[in-house]
Design a protein around this ligand. Structure first.
Ligand SMILES: Cc1ncc(COP(=O)(O)O)c(C=O)c1O
Length: 374
């Protein structure tokens, strides 16, 4: 048995130790401007995100949940409308649809990718369906190409976990009509608080979003539609601009660590463990490195005892959440998603994780299954 190590599931301490000074400096410059909501720092960061995601427009908002809600509202989606989405996601995806008054309609996920099954979409479309809201879960894009072929509808990407991912060169954020990003601190590009962004390909949608994030006003103190107050802070934008320069290197580190997990785990030859699948043409940015195990709960406790943190994203599919009870979905409605909730386990993953730590995690998984690594 290897000497005990403590391997956190996630930590920001190492990143702050690396670049904390640079972040403090940029915050100082914002303090000097005296402008803290929107303003030049936000405009600059919006341009950088538009460029990075190959999008025509980007609109900074308060958080990823509002980004989704405002994207739906920009398309005039509301009561009486249906939006197709996945039940295997963070609640915000579905919560944003409910907030508009529209109805979320689910399709099951693919076994291998955890993403919306694009072939099932056709059977779910009704005259009320207005949009598809696929989620790029764990950092792997949903199959937008097939979704687009199967549904002549608006597409809103939930790209909260997938900044930098691409599908045959099309970046997350520019594959649909609109896309929502989250800069929650644990995301691949994380602020020092909440933050979000909507990317858009059409000017009129970008203009609607700018109005909707400011109580529906295009001209100050004149309100044409009911919006909300959801704007990106200048301090966060300045921090995010600095961090964006590091993102390609951080993403490459995540991908390298994922490869190390892949190789180490496959060398153990465990029938019960399935490592993440990346279909041809897709670039995974490994927001999470999520395995499947038939003995997930025991494995998680074993790892915990060996000092290894891990997380279950997500233990209950959204269609089974109590708040959705009125929609009448029952257990068994989406079997692939329901099976995933029993089997998924996200292993430690962040750019500053060391090779030794990854090897220790692989070794501990091997011990659990009675195998020796290497
Ligand atoms: C898939 C997904 N959608 C939406 C969100 C919501 O983002 P936020 O926490 O910034 O509101 C998150 C992250 O929390 C997420 O993981």
């Amino acid at each position: 048995m290897n000497a005990r190590m403590e391997v956190p599931s996630f930590t920001l301490r190492r990143q702050i130790a690396d670049i904390g000074k640079e972040l403090s400096q940029t915050m100082e410059t914002v303090l000097e401007t005296g402008q803290f909501v929107l303003g030049p720092a936000v405009r600059q960061f919006e341009e950088q995100i538009a460029q990075y995601t190959h999008s025509r427009y980007a609109v900074g908002v308060g958080n990823g949940s509002d980004a989704l809600y405002l994207a739906l509202r920009a398309l005039n989606i509301g009561p009486g409308d249906e939006v197709l989405t996945t039940p295997f996601t963070f609640f915000a995806t579905v919560g944003s649809i409910l907030r508009t008054g529209a109805k979320p309609v689910f399709t099951d996920i693919q076994v291998d990718t955890f993403n919306m099954d694009p072939e099932q979409i056709r059977t779910r479309i009704t005259p009320r369906t207005r949009a598809v809201l696929p989620v790029h879960l764990f950092g792997l894009m949903a199959d937008i190409e097939t979704i687009r072929r199967n549904a002549k509808l608006f597409i809103i990407e939930d790209a909260a976990q997938a900044i930098g991912a691409d599908l045959r060169g099309t970046m997350a954020g520019s594959a649909g009509d609109l896309a929502a990003f989250s800069f929650f601190p644990t995301k691949n590009l994380g602020a020092l608080g909440d933050g979000g962004m909507v990317t858009a390909q059409a000017e009129e949608l970008a203009e609607s979003l700018r109005a909707l994030r400011a109580h529906g006003s295009r001209k100050k103190y004149y309100h044409e539609v009911l919006g909300i107050n959801s704007r990106l802070d200048a301090l966060q934008a300045a921090v995010l601009s600095i961090k964006l320069a590091y993102l390609p290197v951080w993403t490459a580190k995540r991908q390298r660590l994922a490869k190390r997990y892949d190789d180490g785990l496959s060398a153990l030859g465990l029938d019960d463990v399935r490592t993440p699948v990346v279909p041809p043409g897709f670039t995974h940015v490994f927001h999470q490195y999520t395995i499947r195990s038939g003995r997930r709960d025991q494995l998680q406790s074993y790892l915990k005892n060996r000092g290894v943190g891990s997380t279950v994203y997500y233990p209950l599919s959204v269609h089974l959440q109590p708040v959705l009870q009125d929609l009448g979905y029952r257990k068994g409605a989406f079997p692939v998603s329901e099976r995933a909730q029993e089997e998924v386990l996200s292993l430690p993953m962040f750019p500053e994780l060391s090779d030794q730590e990854v090897d220790y995690v692989i070794g501990a998984i091997g011990e659990f299954y009675g195998r020796r690594a290497g």
